[in-house]
Design a protein around this ligand. Structure first.
Ligand SMILES: [Zn+2]
Length: 161
């Protein structure tokens, strides 16, 4: 799923135990894989590749790369901002930020794997590929269903406490 959705889910989970940042970190990280297993939409990248066998070691600094990086950056910042805005209360800001960030982290590790496909990174990447849904949703239905998913999680989490 897109980074914003991961951040919202990670933040929502972290909001359930605002005083336990370590638990929020672990649960946020695990949530990434759990929701990637659901068929979903992802925006296309034009320069950076993340698929199986992807190799970004020769990534050039082109317009397309800059565009990809901007989209990823906006997506991540929007996700972190939304998670903090929706779930952070006094005293829990750091826990929410940790949950949202660790929920996005596996995709950063996925990129790291395209540069260095070895060791623990490779083990994790194999799991990520294995669990990631093979069914890609497209078009308006893809975007809409992911928006609805993130919205539902946010409303549920806000109503639990
Ligand atoms: Zn992922």
């Amino acid at each position: 799923m897109i980074l914003s959705t991961h951040a919202i889910v990670g933040g929502a989970i972290a909001s359930l135990f605002p005083l336990h940042p370590a638990a929020a970190a672990i649960a946020g990280f695990a949530s990434h894989f759990a929701i990637d297993a659901i068929p979903h939409w992802d925006y296309p990248l034009h320069s950076i590749s993340l698929g199986k066998g992807a190799n970004n070691r020769r990534l050039s600094f082109s317009r397309a790369t800059l565009r990809d990086l901007s989209i990823i950056g906006i997506d991540a910042c929007a996700g972190l901002g939304l998670a903090l805005w929706m779930f952070a209360a006094e005293g829990s800001i750091w826990t929410i930020a940790i949950g949202a960030s660790t929920a996005m982290l596996p995709d950063a590790l996925q990129f790291a794997h395209t540069l260095y496909p070895r060791g623990l990174l490779h083990v994790l990447q194999r799991f990520h590929w294995w669990i990631h849904s093979k069914r890609a949703l497209t078009g308006l239905f893809g975007v809409g269903s992911q928006l609805a998913f993130a919205g539902t999680i946010a409303v549920l989490a806000r109503n639990i406490h």
